[in-house]
Design a binder for this molecule. Structure first.
Ligand code: 13P
Ligand code: SF4
Length: 305
């Protein structure tokens, strides 16, 4: 089937099944264009729990689809490619959290949403890049263990110096690999550009950036800014969205091909197969849902207050 036919079939199946397609900002443009809701991890978690559809096709990595299932257990959550996983989420697990609990018994454990459901069952509060600083500030405890991203953790620690934030050594290979020399060259060439970088970036690139923002924050910043040029340090799907929605502004990636291979595993073809054959349904036991729901609900509560 060609792409146009695939899109028509997807739209038809979506109607028949009362389904909604949610896509993360790092999805390829063909997926972004068919999504009913496109957003960052916080927006997608919120939307998945508010929607009235019977079926959600989650175009993102597995922890996102799992979080949607935990927040909406009554819905059928489909994740088109099982192997689309965030490698950072696999850097921590439930056993490691339990060991850390013994070492820091009085701390509140905050975990990035980029964690698997078994890890979430063991922690106190979930956060995303959009609300990590705010949540750590609001928690009524001065000792925090922040898991698993050392770069986002360092950003939080810098922004909330009044708290003792213990870091872990997880990282995102896409953002941790960004190259400061290429960024320096671009900044010299486009000296009027504002540099926006994801807080998962390494320390050197973060220090050279004007603002550290999650993908939703970048979108808002660009829309509200009078500036015409931006250097963007994040995955290219986000840069495509920024360019599409802000045609009068210019965007330069800090380097070529900033790609999350897992996000890109989802294609029109497997979204079609997913809707047609209910592939692959996220199934979680009641016990898992009950335990993982608490820290996710805590995040939603903290980000409403
Ligand atoms: P956002 O929450 O900023 O969308 O980021 C998710 C992610 O996986 C970043 O690598
Ligand atoms: Fe995980 Fe990095 Fe991909 Fe985000 S960009 S899903 S953190 S590997």
């Amino acid at each position: 089937m060609d792409d146009k036919k695939l899109v028509d079939e997807i739209l038809k199946l979506k109607k028949e099944k009362n389904a909604s397609i949610l896509a993360h900002n790092y999805q390829s443009e063909e997926i972004q264009l068919i999504a009913d809701h496109l957003g960052d991890s916080l927006e997608l978690a919120r939307i998945s729990s508010d929607l009235n559809n019977d079926v959600i096709v989650f175009c993102g990595v597995s922890f996102m689809a799992e979080s949607a299932k935990v927040l909406s257990p009554e819905k059928v959550i489909l994740h088109p490619v099982r192997e689309a996983r965030c490698p950072m989420a696999d850097m921590i697990n439930a056993k490691k959290v339990r060991e850390l609990r013994k070492k820091y018994p009085k701390a509140t454990f905050v975990a990035y949403i980029n964690t698997n459901v078994e890890t979430k069952m063991e922690i106190d509060v979930v956060c995303t890049s959009a609300n990590a600083v705010d949540i750590v500030r609001k928690i009524p405890n001065d000792r925090i263990v922040f898991l698993p991203d050392k770069n986002l953790g360092r950003f939080v620690k810098d922004q909330v110096p009044e708290k003792d934030v213990v870091l872990y050594d997880g990282y995102c290979y896409v953002h941790d690999d960004l190259d400061k020399d290429q960024l320096l060259k671009l900044k010299e060439k486009y000296h009027d550009a504002i540099t926006l970088t994801h807080p998962e970036a390494n320390e050197e690139v973060s220090n050279l950036s004007d603002h550290l923002l999650g993908t939703g924050g970048m979108l808002k910043f660009v829309k509200n800014s009078k500036n015409k040029r931006f250097i963007i340090g994040t995955e290219e799907g986000m840069i495509q969205r920024l360019a599409r929605e802000n045609p009068n502004k210019e965007f330069f990636a800090t380097q070529s091909r900033i790609i999350c291979k897992d996000m890109k595993k989802i294609t029109l073809n497997n979204v079609y197969n997913s809707l047609k054959n209910n592939r692959y349904e996220i199934k979680l036991s009641e016990e898992i849902i009950k335990k993982a729901e608490k820290p996710l609900e805590m995040m939603l509560k903290y980000s409403h207050d």
